[in-house]
Design a protein around this ligand. Structure first.
Ligand SMILES: Cc1ncc(COP(=O)(O)O)c(C=O)c1O
Length: 382
């Protein structure tokens, strides 16, 4: 049976295929340390687990749930945005809970993109922005992020391009994979840029709390009629990636359009998961401090590994990855393969995030300290 033509434009997600190989190596007895993927290994808060468990006996716990999430979750998201970002959102109209922010990328794209529309995606950037655009037969316009400009949006470059057919722009700050942050001025410039060119701007913001003590949101710089949305997620912030809870926030009418797509694709999120997510969003600031203490210790160790391999990095970067530049005599694949086959350590090559990542590799901090210490010993052994 021939597949739809659109499938020819995308490959299986890198981690989906590479992790198969890594699993095979593990099955063959290799003691692989996986420093490739950003799946938090730390536990969610105990109160969150308790909220899920105790919700199981609630009367409607096992029925279909609202397409817009339970009011308690929307209220918790609204309070979270107010408390941490000083952004006021109407819990009934300006918040749409999602099953992870990844699905939001598809929903927004399906709601707004026609075949041939142009989409601005960051290079390097989260591969899903491009793959979803390709699945919808939109045209990708990759905008370069450059190490020399601290991986920030290059407005001069953007202003030199023809924006007439651009419909949608993805930005992701704090940035994955580079760990860069954006200044308040740059957020404002982005909003102005989107407004002046009639582009729907979406900031993807899942990393704002990780190794970062100044969490912010693009919504701070947005007026109610501006064409700007933000995706956020509890996956990384609360160690709940497998729960699949994210959120989209922005203007009520735009969210209604996205809901037309979403409500035809799922039938609501499991009640207990929503109760747990609401509890997580209300956790005190101690939670973030505790997580970051762990991440900072891990970061120090990963930096030692990078030093040993003559990789360079910016230690002040945010997020749960260390983005390392490789020496000029090597390729990223050579380093990834060397680590995998000689040292049983899996890391990600930068090129999977776009050509601007060619000279980089990415280490994840989602690995317990003793394992990072073991990885360090392995690389120091030769
Ligand atoms: C930049 C970025 N956006 C979105 C996601 C997806 O997160 P979620 O678990 O909320 O779908 C990820 C996950 O790795 C990510 O790195």
């Amino acid at each position: 049976m021939n597949t739809a033509q659109r499938l020819q434009s995308v490959k299986e997600y890198y981690f989906s295929s590479k992790l198969r190989e890594v699993k095979q190596l593990i099955t063959a007895g290799k003691p692989i340390i996986n420093m490739g993927i950003g799946s938090p290994d730390l536990r969610p808060n105990q109160e969150v687990l308790q909220a899920l468990v105790s919700s199981l006996e609630d009367q409607s716990a096992h029925q279909y749930q609202s397409y817009q999430g339970i009011p308690e979750l929307r209220t918790a998201i609204s309070a979270f945005y107010q408390r941490h970002y000083q952004v006021s959102l109407d819990a009934d109209k300006e918040i749409l809970p999602l099953m992870g922010s990844k699905e939001g990328i598809m929903h927004i794209s399906m709601a707004y993109l026609n075949k041939g529309d142009k989409v601005l995606v960051p290079n390097p950037g989260y591969p899903t922005y491009s793959s979803v655009s390709k699945l919808l037969e939109a045209e990708i316009m990759a905008y370069p992020l450059d190490e020399k400009k601290n991986w920030c949006v290059d407005f001069e470059w953007l202003e030199q391009q023809d924006m007439s057919e651009v419909k949608l722009m993805w930005v992701n700050y704090p940035n994955m994979p580079t760990g860069a942050k954006l200044s308040a001025d740059d957020y404002k410039r982005l909003v102005d840029f989107a407004k002046s060119h009639g582009i729907l701007l979406v900031n993807d913001n899942p990393y704002s709390f990780i190794a970062n003590d100044e969490p912010t949101s693009i919504m701070k710089y947005v007026q109610p009629t501006d064409p700007v949305l933000e995706l956020n997620s509890i996956s990384k912030t609360f160690n709940m990636a497998g729960w699949r809870v994210g959120m989209l926030v922005g203007a009520a009418d735009t969210l209604q359009e996205v809901l037309k797509v979403k409500s035809n694709m799922d039938s609501g999120m499991f009640y207990g998961i929503q109760k747990g997510a609401a509890k997580a969003l209300a956790l005190s600031t101690n939670w973030f401090e505790e997580q970051n203490t762990v991440y900072n210790k891990r970061k120090d160790l990963v930096c030692k590994i990078a030093d040993h391999l003559s990789l360079t990095y910016n230690k002040d970067s945010t997020g749960m990855f260390i983005w390392c530049k490789i020496p000029s005599d090597k390729t990223a694949d050579q380093i990834v393969d060397q680590l995998l086959y000689e040292f049983d350590i899996f890391i990600a090559p930068g090129h999977i995030f776009g050509s601007q990542g060619d000279r980089f590799v990415r280490f994840s901090l989602c690995v317990p300290e003793p394992k990072i210490e073991e990885a360090l010993k392995r690389v120091q052994s030769r």
